[in-house]
Ligand binder design. Structure first.
Ligand code: SME
Length: 137
């Protein structure tokens, strides 16, 4: 079993790789359930630091995915009522849950400064990434 340090280094490398190689991925990060609490805690990420390191279940796009266990694609963040703004440059967001042994333990969260950039291809790609990540847990 790998240490948390090795795991975090791998997750950080994934974030950086995605951010650098996909032009419309402007912020890429992982959130994880914080112990047994009904909240998410920010893990490794690439992009501008965010104040939102803790997000209660149900709050924002991330908090809603923690509860729904479903992908959430937001083409226009301005049209969302339950949204937590991290940066005024962000136009769109995609959040895909991370399942380990069928349990939702966290998510990958991507912000884009491009309006409506995400397709089903992004969903399938990020689901694949998360399936690979699940193997190191
Ligand atoms: N926008 C997210 C908060 C996390 S930041 O995008 C990094 C949300 O509404 O949950």
């Amino acid at each position: 079993k790998e240490s948390d340090k090795d795991t975090n280094e791998k997750l950080l490398a994934i974030c950086e790789l995605l951010k650098e190689n996909v032009p419309y991925y402007d912020w890429v990060g992982f959130y994880f359930r914080n112990g047994n609490k009904e909240e998410l805690k920010l893990g490794p990420y690439a992009g501008t630091p965010t104040d939102h390191t803790i997000i209660p279940f149900g709050k924002g796009i991330c908090g809603q995915v923690a509860v729904s266990n479903k992908n959430f694609v937001v083409p226009d963040v301005g049209a969302q009522d339950n949204y937590i703004a991290c940066s005024i440059t962000v136009k769109a967001e995609i959040v895909v849950p991370l399942f380990v042994n069928g349990k939702n333990i966290g998510q990958i969260d991507i912000d884009s400064n491009t309006p409506d950039p995400f397709s089903e291809e992004d969903e399938r790609f990020l689901e694949y990434i998360n399936q690979e990540v699940a193997k190191i847990y």
